[in-house]
Design a protein around this ligand. Structure first.
Ligand SMILES: [Zn+2]
Ligand SMILES: [Zn+2]
Length: 467
């Protein structure tokens, strides 16, 4: 990529639209890269006819009000035209940069077969705030992106990144959680994505670790009628700001009323907009800037929480540098049963500081939907115990070919037995099968044995049947 920058305010050709973009994710398959961009049109809405510096100033003012609970009547973010764009024909060595803002132009294609002249790319433009089953693919030809200037980037950060968001204290984060002890963890079938519900003894989800859903080339993997139980206003912990880990909130808008604990990462326009939707719905956005904190959970409400606590929920920041590797992980330790759960989004296991020191690890969520592990990375070993569950979440025939054989082998090598998978092996549960015949279900794991059907979820009808 060249460092040439483009003046976003110069007049475009008649059928050309201009955009600012940030790279969300890159997945490489068979010599081609699928690139996900988080973009905003730079020639419409609040940008039209105004200087970027003025828009930026207004945004900083808006965020300050929104985070202090003094929401303006006008939704400032709502005026922007934002998209998730999936490029499926990018060369992997294109030089995409996660840290910088980019600019590009796009032109609508009259038909899917419309000629695209190289070096243009083809992008599928998705409006994530409105998932519907019947939307047609919006394909546009995209000019090779170039870097925005550093000055533009700094101004865009104030509008769409987290620089204007306050950090939450450990006490504020702990206060977001209910005191109730957790009895099972459910990997919800969201297609190619991840959503783990931690459920109390009455069957109510109290904590979600991600509320994802498939999108773009994996949208077809999302189950019809995807929804989430929000009956007890569960807290949402976000592993990292990738669409496949948060897109479920667009299917279940009640999740926007929850308190969200989120890692501080580089984000773009549609994710800033999600946070804005949470604030406007009466939820909270708690930005996690510390290394680690813990929350005491108890089977009883009375007495002081700490003295009655039988479980501890740990929230920890992953120590890597990339988006996948620098988010949050969750562990729950049950001191009576001497067992632990470890839940991870897409981070390499080596970036989970406490993974190797957890005693009695009985439930592990397989990182990154079973993608190939980084060089030298290895899952935490399965202890020699009776009840073990390794939970996989991926979509049937997903575009990324998850789970990969090398990842399965890496888990098998350290004691997680796959024999019989998929969707169920000796120590393995998966939300679906990678290839035909298709089976799909939410799957649940407990502490010492296969858990009972959660009472509330059986009647709430916000969750597909469990296996
Ligand atoms: Zn419910
Ligand atoms: Zn993911």
């Amino acid at each position: 990529m060249t460092s040439r920058s483009v003046d976003a305010t110069s007049a475009p050709a008649a059928d050309e639209e201009r955009f600012f973009a940030r790279v969300e994710a890159i997945d490489e398959i068979d010599g081609q890269a699928t690139v996900v961009l988080d973009v905003v049109r730079s020639d419409s809405g609040p940008f039209s006819g105004r200087r970027l510096v003025d828009v930026s100033r207004e945004a900083a003012d808006y965020w300050a009000k929104a985070f202090s609970g003094r929401l303006a009547i006008d939704d400032f973010l709502d005026g922007f035209e934002t998209y998730i764009v999936v490029l499926q024909n990018s060369p992997p060595d294109y030089g995409w940069q996660f840290e910088r803002w980019l600019t590009f132009t796009a032109r609508r294609l009259a038909a899917a077969g419309d000629a695209v002249i190289a070096p243009a790319l083809v992008g599928e433009f998705i409006r994530p705030e409105k998932p519907s089953d019947d939307d047609v693919e919006d394909l546009r030809s995209v000019s090779p992106p170039v870097l925005a200037s550093a000055a533009q980037g700094a101004l865009l950060d104030r509008i769409f990144d987290m620089s204007a968001w306050p950090s939450a204290t450990a006490a504020e984060i702990a206060a977001a959680f209910d005191w109730r002890a957790l009895s099972q963890v459910i990997s919800i079938d969201v297609g190619q994505g991840s959503a783990l519900a931690m459920v109390d003894s009455s069957g109510h989800p109290r904590v979600y670790f991600d509320v994802g859903a498939g999108f773009g080339p994996n949208k077809r993997t999302v189950p019809v009628g995807l929804s989430f139980c929000t009956c007890k206003r569960p807290v949402v912990v976000l592993s990292h700001w990738d669409t496949d880990h948060l897109h479920g909130a667009r299917y279940e808008p009640k999740l926007l009323k929850s308190q969200w604990v989120v890692p501080r990462q580089l984000i773009g326009p549609t994710h800033a907009r999600l946070a804005n939707s949470v604030l406007r719905a009466g939820g909270k956005v708690l930005t996690f800037d510390i290394e680690r904190t813990e929350v005491a959970l108890s089977p009883r409400a009375w007495g002081s929480r700490a003295s009655r606590a039988t479980q501890t929920l740990f929230l920890e920041r992953c120590t890597g540098r990339t988006k996948n590797d620098s988010g949050l992980s969750v562990a729950v330790w049950d001191r009576v049963r001497e067992r632990a759960w470890l839940l991870v989004g897409d981070a390499g296991y080596r970036y989970l500081p406490s993974a190797s020191s957890l005693q009695g690890l009985c439930v592990l969520s397989a990182s990154h939907h079973g993608a190939a592990l980084g060089v030298g990375d290895s899952p935490p070993a399965a202890p020699a115990m009776g009840y073990l569950r390794l939970l996989y979440s991926f979509g049937f025939e997903n575009a990324f070919h998850h789970p990969r054989d090398v990842a399965v082998q890496a888990h098998e090598n350290v004691g997680w037995r796959h024999a019989g998978a998929w969707p169920q092996g000796v120590d393995v549960l998966a939300t679906t099968t990678p290839n035909a015949p298709q089976q799909r279900n939410a799957v649940a794991a407990g502490w010492l044995r296969r858990p009972n059907l959660p009472r509330h979820l059986a009647s709430c009808q916000q969750l597909a049947p469990l296996r």
